[in-house]
Design a protein around this ligand. Structure first.
Ligand SMILES: [Fe+2]
Length: 254
């Protein structure tokens, strides 16, 4: 027994002190008389590893649950070997690939990663339709001749909660850069794809793009999050919501 809660003739319940949280808002334990005990279901050593592709500068993120040795990949814009080698070296099982949108620079390693790991890929249906009929001109603009995609991609929708690798990812549908662009929110981290960057926003001149829609998505879905929510974008460095609200020249006063 961890503590003695009973007395003769009465039951005495001990209270807990406020639970400390780390930068991601994870609870690490509860203070009891005599020290700390860990609360296993609350202890989650989440780590984020960033892979950046040299050709397109697109970011691929590996979200790792250290406790369970499981991981989720957000986008797949790097050669598959980079991700597969990392997984192998660190003894990690890849459970899913969450795709923020259907542009080829975020999908280059997708098919190989999915086939090698058995992980399931997820994307918004509007962008699944886009990649199934991708215009050859669009590929050539990126210097690509073709793009291989897995046969099965699972659909995500606004507000959906995905329980993967022992973590909970909330889907936010945020069109503007493309019709099926989504963000994934896991605790204090937002994987934003090409919706918003540090000091900039995603381009809106590709099929399905709209600057007006993009700004609306940021206003309703991103700027309503706590100011210290960390944004992990599809290109460039990470940032935080509060900083972009104050300084992003494309989004001032929205
Ligand atoms: Fe994009």
């Amino acid at each position: 027994m961890l503590y003695n809660s009973s007395r003769k003739g009465s039951v005495r319940k001990r209270g807990t002190t406020p639970v400390p949280v780390d930068a991601f808002g994870f609870r690490h334990g509860v203070r009891w008389p005599g020290g700390w005990i860990k609360v296993p279901e609350r202890v989650r050593a989440l780590q984020i590893v960033t892979f950046t592709d040299y050709s397109f500068g697109s970011n691929t993120y590996l979200v790792i649950n250290e406790e369970e040795k499981k991981a989720v990949l957000v986008d797949a814009g790097v050669p598959a070997s980079q991700v597969l080698d990392f997984l192998k070296k660190n003894g990690l099982e890849l459970e899913a690939v969450l795709l923020t949108h259907g542009h080829p620079d975020h999908l280059l390693g997708l098919k190989e990663i999915v086939e090698a790991t058995g992980a399931e890929a997820y994307m918004h249906p509007a962008d699944i339709a886009l990649i199934k009929n991708i215009p050859p001109l669009f590929l050539r603009m990126l210097g690509l001749e073709s793009l291989e995609i897995p046969e099965e991609i699972r659909e995500v929708e606004e507000g959906q909660l995905l329980r993967l690798a022992g973590l909970e990812f909330r889907v936010l549908h945020t069109p503007g850069h493309s019709e099926g662009s989504v963000c994934y929110l896991v605790d204090g981290a937002l994987f934003a794809g090409d919706l918003i960057f540090r000091g900039s926003v995603g381009r809106t001149d590709f099929p399905g793009g709209s600057m007006r829609t993009l700004v609306q998505s940021v206003k309703e879905k991103v700027f309503t999050l706590p100011g210290d929510t960390r944004i992990y974008p599809g290109h460039l460095d990470s940032t935080v919501v509060g900083w972009e609200k104050k300084t992003n020249p494309f989004l001032l006063g929205i």
